[in-house]
Write a protein that binds this ligand. Structure first.
Ligand SMILES: *Cc1c(COP(=O)(O)O)cnc(C)c1O
Length: 428
């Protein structure tokens, strides 16, 4: 039995975990921010490290007994630096949102101006949305995409010249196209803003060399570790500059970014780092540096392009008419349904996606016009281009029969047959 101690100590939680594993095994997760980690990552995450306190940084701790924790955090930092080609990495942020919060705290004073892609056009909550800290404690001037769904860099430049933000944010959660970090860096320079590249969704593609890297262009790079990077939940903050001196207050200049970031993470925002998570991040970074990972990242993009082409061949309407990355946005209104109904219908067919707004969406966020999906988790389970034909047929069939429970159940049987050949955790 899997997790036998848990089964005896807490049968209710054990049962729910087993049910979740079964749910995933019977279908495919197409949510583009999700993935399947290696079992070594899961083991590090479930290890005894969770019991240790180690506020501070390697060699500069506020608690004793941290000699082995220092080894782990140094390995994670060194692997992150080598993988992304930066001189400084902070591996302690609890997740992507706190990592961005730390960057704001490091570089800005409260009330200063930020300019990021609006949430309803594919940006993230932490890029200046009104209900988030980033739009509450800072003055947010979000930019949009064009009517065609593409970021129009000339428009971003025009707006940046009017707004003169202190921080320009380049990063997306629902954008199917490659980002132009070189152009964003030019714009930031023109208006004397810091540039934050938040590559949470695409970090694995950057590492695999199938998306351009922001390193050398952005002042700071943040990424989650649990999306295309295939790691545990967590985040990295990557930058270049003078060596970090976390015990010293320094002015908010570019060369001081490593120190500013370290001080913002701890003691600015967080207390003790999650050492089990740091260890699991280190394991994931080792995997991400392997030759297989390059193949994986390239396959994620090949699968997404294939899935997009196959769906368009079936008449589906995709935002921007395709994808450059791991993600696809589809307008489902031509099927006579909204995103909420589409999400439920696909779920019944064994494919998990999420409802999402499309640019200039006339519908509301809780029932928008679109769905968002992608290939990172399916690719981790070994699906290749020919399987994308199958997935596209199932998706199209489910969307055309969204109210036919029997039909959807029959589709799920077919999906489960393929899923059974590609279990999410082979060696669990
Ligand atoms: C996922 C994501 C985040 C936030 O990550 P959490 O771990 O959910 O807090 C931040 N920025 C972008 C671009 C993301 O895609």
């Amino acid at each position: 039995m899997l997790y036998p101690h848990l089964a005896s100590q807490d049968p209710e939680i054990h049962a729910a975990i087993m049910a979740e594993l079964a749910r995933r095994s019977e279908g495919f997760d197409l949510i583009p921010s999700e993935n399947v980690t290696q079992t070594g990552v899961l083991e590090a995450l479930g290890s005894i490290l969770t019991d240790k306190y180690s506020e501070g940084y390697p060699g500069k701790r506020y608690y004793g007994g941290n000699e082995h924790i220092d080894v782990i955090e140094n390995l994670a930092r060194d692997r992150a630096k080598a993988l992304f080609g930066v001189t400084h990495a902070n591996v302690q942020p609890y997740s992507g949102s706190p990592a961005n919060q730390a960057v704001y705290m490091a570089l800005l004073n409260p009330g200063e101006k930020v300019m990021g892609l609006s949430l309803s056009f594919g940006g993230h909550l932490t890029h200046g949305h009104g209900v988030n800290f980033s739009g509450t404690f800072f003055e947010s001037h979000p930019y949009s995409t064009g009517e065609d769904g593409w970021i129009n860099y000339d428009e971003v430049e025009k707006q940046a010249k009017e707004v003169r933000p202190k921080l320009l944010v380049c990063g997306t959660t629902a954008y199917p196209r490659a980002l132009d970090f070189v152009r964003m860096a030019q714009i930031a320079k023109e208006v004397d803003a810091f540039l934050l590249a938040d590559i949470s969704h695409i970090a694995g593609l950057v590492v695999a060399g199938v998306h351009a890297s922001p390193v050398g262009h952005a002042d700071v790079v943040t990424t989650t570790t649990h999306k295309t990077l295939c790691g545990p939940r967590g985040a990295l903050i990557l930058c270049n500059g003078l060596p970090s001196m976390p015990l010293k207050a320094v002015p908010k200049t570019r060369e001081n970014i490593p120190t500013l970031v370290d001080r913002a993470v701890f003691p600015g925002l967080q207390g003790g780092p999650h050492n089990h998570q740091t260890a699991a991040i280190a394991v994931a970074l080792k995997h991400a540096a392997s030759p297989e990972f390059k193949i994986y990242g390239a396959q994620v993009v090949k699968n997404a392009k294939k899935l997009a082409d196959a769906l368009m061949a079936l008449g589906c309407k995709l935002v921007t008419g395709g994808t450059d990355n791991h993600l696809i946005l589809m307008d489902v209104t031509p099927f006579g349904i909204g995103g909420a109904v589409a999400e439920v219908a696909l779920g019944k067919a064994g494919l998990t996606v999420n409802k999402n707004t499309v640019p200039y969406d006339p519908r509301k966020a809780f029932d928008p016009s679109g769905i968002r999906f992608g290939t990172p988790a399916m690719t981790s389970r070994g699906l290749v281009e020919k399987d994308m034909e199958f997935i596209s047929e199932i998706m199209h069939a489910a969307l055309t029969h969204a109210d036919d429970e029997t039909f959807l159940a029959a589709l799920k049987t077919r999906v489960t047959a393929l899923a059974a050949q590609h279990p999410p955790y082979i060696d669990l």
